[in-house]
Design a binder for this molecule. Structure first.
Ligand SMILES: Nc1ncnc2c1ncn2[C@@H]1O[C@H](COP(=O)(O)OP(=O)(O)OP(=O)(O)O)[C@@H](O)[C@H]1O
Ligand SMILES: [Mg+2]
Length: 352
């Protein structure tokens, strides 16, 4: 897969993961943006530390790359506790979860990524573990099976999900603190770029950082990735210094447009406009048209497109807004304003 293709993929490859780990803020004070989450979490952790106890269970929800894994590690670091990392899909059977839970140390942070993808029996075991710090381990099969109660040391569960809506309410309610991560403001991403540039020892001028931040789709992971690609370009084609011009030229090579839409975003919008006349069209159909997984379109491309006011999710399907036609440089067919944003003419909306 070429580096260009990698760019549209929100899931990092090996090299990216190594760099990503190196760029992770280690403490809450180093964590940029998300002021509400930071303030609330700071209180939760301080109070727990003052009591000499274990922090309440924390649920982190938000789009990919906004810092959920980073925050879970920060929670452990701030509590001076070890962290165990696993994920919903890795827990197939309740027994897998029992094995993890029963080996936790007191105060340990258990990070359960993609918690919405856990199996049902495991989920039920987790309810009891979260509430009573106890699990019932079933030994044997059939009528002779017995449940042996097992006491667990107090621990902090940190669950992460890109789809908080998919969590069953009994699970959601057992978290003492739920943090919803928002997309980042351009100024915050600028700080992320500057911080990462420093760690990577890349020289970026002020405008270069602004240019990268502005095309990062509100997402620190993308900001870091664009920074690395722009650094490559600057090293090969220039003197290594990232200026506004270098950043813009590099990102054009990588098909990241001025508003931060990458190839996937543009493919989704392009199909919606050209193949389906702006919609409405179902998510699955749209995903097939762009040759991507439904989840990728829904979780990677759409949140940003919706936020940018380029795409609307309606009960009848996905609909392009007038701004989408304008951004893609296409003219909407005469009647295509139906259902989009309900605005009267498109004229006024084209300005943005
Ligand atoms: N607030 C932040 N300040 C600085 N860097 C950040 C911040 N949030 C995230 N990052 C950077 O973005 C990258 C991605 O963050 P992280 O892996 O925590 O995202 P995530 O929400 O867990 O994503 P996913 O849902 O895909 O697992 C990390 O390398 C981290 O360095
Ligand atoms: Mg993560």
């Amino acid at each position: 897969m070429s580096s260009e293709e990698r760019l549209v993929d929100a899931y990092a490859d090996g090299e990216d993961q190594a760099v990503e780990a190196a760029l992770r803020p280690k403490q809450l004070a180093e964590f940029i943006g998300q002021p509400k989450v930071r303030e609330q979490l700071d209180l939760v952790l301080r109070a727990a530390r003052a009591r000499g106890g274990t922090a309440d269970h924390v649920l982190l929800s938000g789009a990919p790359g906004l810092g959920k894994t980073t925050l879970s590690m920060i929670i452990a670091a701030e509590m001076g506790a070890p962290i165990r990392i696993t994920s919903g899909p890795a827990i197939q059977h309740a027994g897998d979860l029992a094995a993890i839970l029963s080996s936790l140390q007191e105060g340990e942070v258990l990070f359960l990524d993609e918690i919405h993808r856990m199996s049902r029996p495991a989920e039920e075991m987790l309810y009891m573990a979260m509430e009573d710090f106890r699990v019932d381990v079933v030994v044997g099969k059939g009528p002779g099976a017995t449940a042996i109660p097992l006491e667990l040391p107090p621990f902090t569960l940190v669950g992460a999900t890109t789809r908080a809506g998919l969590l069953p309410p009994p699970l959601r309610d057992r978290f003492g603190f739920t943090a919803h991560m928002e997309f980042y403001e351009p100024e915050e991403l600028e700080q992320v770029v500057r911080r990462s540039a420093q760690l990577l020892e890349v020289h970026t001028d002020a405008e270069g950082a602004v240019e990268i931040a502005g095309r990062s789709r509100g997402t620190p992971r993308i900001a870091n990735r664009l920074l690395r690609r722009v650094r490559d370009y600057a090293q090969v084609k220039a003197d290594g210094v990232i200026t506004k011009e270098i950043a813009a030229a590099a990102l054009e090579v990588y098909e990241v447009d001025g508003r931060g839409l990458d190839r996937l975003d543009r493919a989704v919008l392009g199909s919606l406009l050209k193949l389906f006349g702006g919609g409405p069209v179902g998510l699955s159909t749209l995903a097939v048209a762009v040759g991507e997984e439904r989840e990728t379109v829904e979780e990677v491309a759409e949140p940003f497109l919706v936020r940018e006011g380029l795409l609307a999710r309606t009960p009848r399907g996905r609909v392009a807004t007038p701004a989408a036609w304008a951004h893609m440089g296409l003219t909407p067919p005469q009647q295509s304003a139906r259902g989009a944003s309900g605005g009267p003419g498109q004229q006024g909306l084209f300005g943005a």
